[in-house]
Write a protein that binds this ligand. Structure first.
Ligand SMILES: *Cc1c(COP(=O)(O)O)cnc(C)c1O
Length: 227
């Protein structure tokens, strides 16, 4: 096996073990491979290993790779901070946008819908830190943002997304996230996705109910410092 195949298999085994330990079915967990800063050739190799869900955090890189690899039929998840003026370009190629954190972005994604286009899956990104500069809506704004998404005909509210803060045990942060996820479900009962868990904290995320993991370096290998 190549290094990539070995790392992918090792992560999948870790996911299976963590699911078993949590009394969960690993089949209900989607493993998204975050390919940011890696070339399209690596994404092609992942596709050859059976990967279907891939994640990117920068609009330009997402669009370039998604266009180059369009024939592969991958599902592209956008997980980065998104400027409203880039909403249209992201909507054209993404299956899901995990990082919806403000009304203006909801409106921009809604306005970018083409007539007859199927709804775009979106998640409310929640800021688990006290630092407003981090991406995500503050917890006291969750319901209002969820309601705005639920009222947008071309958007499908799927759930919540968050990144565990530095300097706090991820399990504690993900426990809070599970409570926020329930608040979003009080607005939209079908919004059952919890996008949480990266290379370093996927076990804790699974224990707290994550349905979508965003795994980068543990699978792709190291990327440069920008990531
Ligand atoms: C880069 C990134 C990931 C993956 O991080 P790793 O530590 O490489 O697994 C997950 N989520 C977001 C939002 C990211 O930007």
């Amino acid at each position: 096996m190549s290094g990539l195949a070995e790392r992918l298999a090792a992560v999948d085994a870790q996911i299976a073990d963590a699911a078993r330990a949590a009394g969960r079915d690993a089949g209900e967990i989607t493993r998204i491979v975050v390919t940011k800063f890696h070339p399209a050739a690596l994404v092609r190799e992942l596709h050859g290993l059976g990967v279907v869900d891939v994640g990117e955090n920068r609009q330009q890189e997402l669009v370039a790779k998604a266009e180059e690899l369009a024939p592969l039929g991958l599902r592209w998840h956008f997980i980065g901070q998104l400027q409203t003026k880039k909403a249209r370009a992201v909507r054209r190629v993404a299956s899901a946008v995990h990082s919806v954190d403000r009304d203006r972005l909801v409106d921009a994604l809604e306005a970018a819908a083409e007539p007859g286009e199927s709804p775009l899956d979106v998640l409310v990104q929640i800021n688990l830190t006290d630092d407003p500069a981090r991406g995500g809506v503050a917890p006291d704004g969750i319901e209002a943002l969820a309601e705005r998404i639920a009222a947008a005909p071309s958007l499908a509210l799927r759930g919540v997304m968050a990144v565990a803060p530095l300097g706090e045990a991820p399990a504690a942060a993900f426990e809070r996230l599970a409570g926020y996820a329930a608040r979003v479900r009080s607005v939209e009962p079908h919004a059952t996705w919890i996008s949480a868990g990266m290379s370093a904290d996927l076990v804790e995320a699974i224990a707290c109910g994550a349905t979508h993991l965003r795994i980068g370096s543990a699978i792709t290998g190291p990327r440069d410092a920008r990531g």
